[in-house]
Design a protein around this ligand. Sequence first.
Ligand SMILES: Cc1ncc(COP(=O)(O)O)c(C=O)c1O
Length: 352
Amino acid sequence: MATCSPGDTLILPRNCHISAISAMVLSGALPKYIVPEYDFKWDVAGGITPSQVNDAIKELEMEGRKAAALLVVSPTYHGICSNMDEICHICHSYNIPVIVDEAHGAHLGFHPELPSSSLSQGADLAVQSTHKVLCSLTQSSMLHMQGNLVDRERISKSLQMLQSSSPSYLLLASLDAARAQLSENREAIFDKAIDLALEARSLISKIPGISILEFPSFSSFFQIDPLRLTIGVWQLGLSGFEADDILCNDFGVVCELVGTKSFTLAFNLGTQRDHVLRLVAGLKHLSQTSHFSQPVKDEGKNVNHFVCLDDIRISMSPREAFFATKRKVSIRDSLGEIVESLYVLIHLVFQL
Ligand SMILES: Cc1ncc(COP(=O)(O)O)c(C=O)c1O
């Protein structure tokens, strides 16, 4: 709302969080989607590349349109970071502001092993879910801004419109405590979490049938957050959901994110060595009790565009779709119909 007026175009990744779609409903912005690279073997989407951003700007120019802003999700839930430095450079050469959904990156830049923050790479706005990776209370987040491409007064007015006029001092105090915790020991605060994540990687890499998502599995990986560990279990004949059930019920290991072929663990300031040992014990158990098949060769062929999204056309703006009259149909009867949001469609497909 601070960067796009009704009818303006926002460039953003096709698999953005639903909050970005809601922002387009509220502002009336039109999307220009970038389809991220996708790895079928892992069933995981990557980031977006500087050349994809450049192409999107050029395509809009050919249609006589100009982007009002670019929104990037970096890091993704799996910890995959885009090359924000180059992306910001390209956008700024066209005076296009860069907004980063850094929900999973409030810790970036606070250790030499961690990728740099998007602000340090030139982003104009970065939204961080401080509660996800640092120690503030759930629902507390921060919006950072720099430079003068984005109108500060409009940011302030948009926030006034979206937020309660009675802020929670509990949440604000917890944000301040998280900030203080980082600033008091900024050089060493993540040492233990990083060491434990490296130790876990090393122990897990020796377990037969278990894969670890490493940099660079995708050509568009720029960097990966070492504190997100994505573990593939398809060689054991298990889905991420099945592995998660066993790890949770029998070993007390709670995964951050579960997918069809893998699950992701988040290491943070509260992670202890005992957690790593329980995880390794759980994975050894999975490896010993499952049917291990040989790894698939020629990994390069598994990386492709998110082809299932390629032939989806935009029939109306997110705002028009939100206010349009709708009816419910079964997923089987939905062929040829217009869906309000891809998020809803993907949700339905996974329920089948
Ligand atoms: C990529 C991404 N962006 C935004 C959000 C929303 O963050 P919050 O839950 O702090 O509102 C999430 C939540 O999971 C997310 O994964």
